[in-house]
Design a protein around this ligand. Structure first.
Ligand code: ZN
Length: 47
């Protein structure tokens, strides 16, 4: 099992594959990085 850290902060999540890891990080992303999820590639730009 791999352990990787969030690419936006220090939080770590585990998963056997990258997909599992993404799934494990989803709740964290939604809670901590919701703006990134919503903005997609254009982060930091609020009109
Ligand atoms: Zn994070």
């Amino acid at each position: 099992m791999k352990k990787m850290s969030c690419d936006l902060c220090e939080v770590t999540a585990r998963g056997e594959t990258f997909e599992d890891w993404m799934k494990a990080l989803m709740p964290h992303y939604i809670e901590a990085h919701r703006d990134v999820m919503e903005n997609g590639d254009e982060q930091g730009r609020h009109a």
